[in-house]
Design a protein around this ligand. Structure first.
Ligand code: FES
Ligand SMILES: [Fe+2]
Length: 403
């Protein structure tokens, strides 16, 4: 994090591209507002509530979605300096992500190759060397073994200079850091992101600056919690006193990029812009949300006079009925001023309030009842809950995948 003196400029190209997108989306939401329509699924969808509580299905999801699918760990700005590192333990695998002194991002199992000690114990920081505290083996930022105490007593069989920490596939792309939490796996990030990569590039995370972070927990299945992000149907009821005053509930714009989404539920009061010149549209105020399959929401807030901000919400299960979200807020082009920081902190408090007291509270209090339903009873996902429908379709598809 930095003070205002180190705030970075937005690139002109990124800003132009985002502006064009915002104008295009605003035109679409105005068309919907004028016609009284919204993006809809072709039909209502039924889902089996067992997808939320079946332990075998959950075990399969944990492997397929949280070990065999690339996951967003952090943004490049969270690992700025050569030698900076962060633990990534959210999938159960103890992983440390580093930026080597050569600038390259790598991930390793945080397991000493001598006899399993934890090599890194701080959540994040900067280091040139990692030393296991058990017997003192030392590794460099590329994971190579560079020091073994009393090496001569190892009879020359220690892997000095050869094999080091066990690597997991890791890649930095579009200002984001992705890891496949499977040391034996291969990560095909291009295949995973597809056309969504260009969308992420447009977000222009290169100048972002982390501002704050919080963990939200819920005694619930992770998908049950994820569903709450993907529809606006619940705004007038669950968020009656919070988001309902701000956002449209029956106008949901969805663009799909494979299993990933870009969506918006715009601010209220759209009608007054119908027929007004494009140059006057408050396009910068429109929130745009991205869903990076399978577990990440990137919510791009309004651009205020003070500057821009966005949040990442990464959801992780710890058991079939326990999950948490790691929520981080960033200034898109750095913190511009004390007022900008204060505005972001106030926004973060609002998000926290609604998420903890409303979304995560309702999923936690409801989840335990699902398994009591008679077998065969199905849940309904409405046509305007198209984001939730496709989420469940894409999970099923990923689970059935052959590779
Ligand atoms: S377990 Fe790490 S040095 Fe022995
Ligand atoms: Fe919600």
């Amino acid at each position: 994090m930095s003070d205002t003196a180190t705030a970075k400029p937005e690139t002109a190209e990124g800003a132009r591209s985002m502006r064009a997108l915002r104008v295009d989306l605003f035109r679409k939401v105005l068309d919907h507002a004028g016609a009284g329509t919204t993006d809809l699924a072709p039909d209502v969808m039924q889902i089996d509530p067992a997808v939320y509580f079946d332990p075998d299905y959950f075990a399969q999801e944990r492997r397929r979605l949280f070990r065999e699918t690339p996951l967003l760990v952090c943004l490049s700005c969270d690992l700025v300096e050569p030698g900076s590192f962060r633990l990534f333990e959210d999938t159960g695998a103890p992983i440390v992500v580093t930026r080597g002194v050569d600038g390259k991002v790598r991930a390793f199992l945080n397991v000493c190759v001598h006899r399993g000690g934890r090599v890194v114990r701080e959540a994040c920081g900067t280091a040139r060397r990692f030393t296991c505290r058990y017997h003192g083996w030392t590794y460099d930022t590329a994971g190579k073994t560079v020091g073994i105490p009393s090496e001569s007593y190892f009879c020359g069989k220690a892997p000095a200079g050869g094999e080091g920490l066990v690597a997991c596939p890791a890649e930095e792309r579009h200002g984001m850091v992705f890891v496949l939490p499977d040391p034996g796996g291969t990560m095909d990030l291009d295949r995973h992101l597809g056309a969504f990569g260009a969308e992420m590039e447009r977000l222009n995370f290169a100048g972002a600056e982390p501002v704050m972070e919080q963990k939200f927990q819920s005694s619930s299945n992770w998908k049950f919690a994820m569903d709450t992000y993907l529809e606006s149907y619940h705004l007038p009821t669950l968020h009656r006193d919070t988001f309902a005053n701000v956002f449209e509930s029956n106008l949901f714009l969805l663009d799909m990029f494979g299993p990933h989404y870009r969506f918006t539920f715009p601010h209220k009061g759209l009608h007054k812009w119908i027929g007004r010149p494009e140059a006057e549209w408050p396009v910068d105020a429109m929130p745009i949300t991205y869903f990076l399959f399978p577990n990440t929401i990137i919510a791009v807030g309004s651009v205020s006079a003070n500057g821009s901000s966005f949040t990442t919400h990464r959801l992780f299960p710890t058991a079939v009925g326990e999950m948490y979200a790691n929520v981080r807020m960033y200034a898109l082009s750095g913190v511009k001023s004390a007022e900008h920081r204060a505005e972001m902190e106030a926004n973060f408090e609002r998000i926290k309030g609604a998420a903890q007291d409303e979304d995560y509270a309702v999923t936690g209090e409801s989840w335990g009842g699902l398994s009591e339903l008679p077998p065969g009873r199905k849940f309904l996902l409405g046509r305007h809950e198209v984001g939730v429908q496709n989420f469940h379709r894409n999970i099923a598809r990923a689970m059935a995948r052959e590779d």
